[in-house]
Design a protein around this ligand. Structure first.
Ligand SMILES: [Zn+2]
Length: 247
């Protein structure tokens, strides 16, 4: 398993709409590098997800600064998966908000003895972990100072993150703590991985397409212009409506 980063990209923030910007996902899915959304507010920015490691978090923080946006003051986890949370230890002075179910899972993840040797041993025991654990090795050139950070603030149903910015727990097959963030004044809904099937190593033969029950929930949260996930480009509302009519 290689230990050096692979195909590292230095990217800039893209503007989506209103006060919502995003740092795009890595174009090579093998890298498993989730995108991060940035919602600008008066008292600082709210970021949705932490990046897949301290190195990614550093690139995203630099991109926020380069765009002239206020530093992050709050960070909300869309769910507990590593590619959304492992950068958390590299965001100074942020309050991390996350769903209670994810908090328990992250507490368990924090107790595991993460290292390259541990990743190798886990893959030998369960080869289905290879794509995820290989990407973790690429994302973590060093483990110095790394720790998994459970949320500082937990919620069960919804929580207001800033003026008009609300996190909603939606759950579903991808992760029990799956959370989406709405920014009504900008016409944006950030859905993380909520509509995706379960992770590969937990996937059954029926779990192949989008989770249509969750997609329907997204439409029920309001009438937004843009729906942005963590591993793809933004979709207009018509694309979500179409998914449900043809799914
Ligand atoms: Zn995920």
């Amino acid at each position: 398993m290689p230990s050096a980063g692979r195909g590292t990209l230095i990217l800039v923030l893209r503007h989506l709409a209103g006060r919502v910007w995003w740092y795009p996902h890595h174009p090579d899915p093998n890298n498993v590098e989730a995108g991060v959304a940035v919602v600008v507010g008066d008292g600082g920015s709210v970021v949705v997800d932490a990046g897949n490691g301290p190195a990614a978090a550093g690139r995203i923080r630099a991109a926020i600064e380069a765009a002239g946006l206020p530093p992050a003051r709050r960070l909300v986890y869309s769910h507990h998966h590593w590619d959304h949370t492992w950068g958390a230890c590299a965001w100074p002075d942020v309050e991390i908000v996350g769903h209670a179910a994810g908090a328990r899972l992250l507490e368990a993840e924090a107790r595991r003895p993460w290292s390259h040797a541990y990743l190798r041993a886990e893959v030998e025991a369960n080869p289905r972990l290879l794509p995820s654990f290989r990407a973790r090795a690429w994302a973590m050139p060093t483990w110095d100072g790394f720790r998994v950070v459970p949320p500082h603030v937990e919620f069960d149903d919804t929580v207001t993150l800033a003026d008009g910015v609300v996190a909603h727990h939606v759950g579903g097959g991808h992760a029990p703590d799956a959370t989406v963030v709405t920014v009504p004044d900008s016409g944006v809904l950030l859905f993380g991985d909520a509509v995706y099937p379960p992770p590969l190593h937990l996937r059954g033969t029926d779990d192949t397409g989008y989770d249509l029950a969750v997609a329907a929930k997204l439409l029920g949260l309001g009438d937004f212009d843009w729906y942005l996930g963590s591993h793809e480009d933004p979709h207009p509302r018509t694309a979500v409506v179409e998914l449900l009519s043809t799914g």
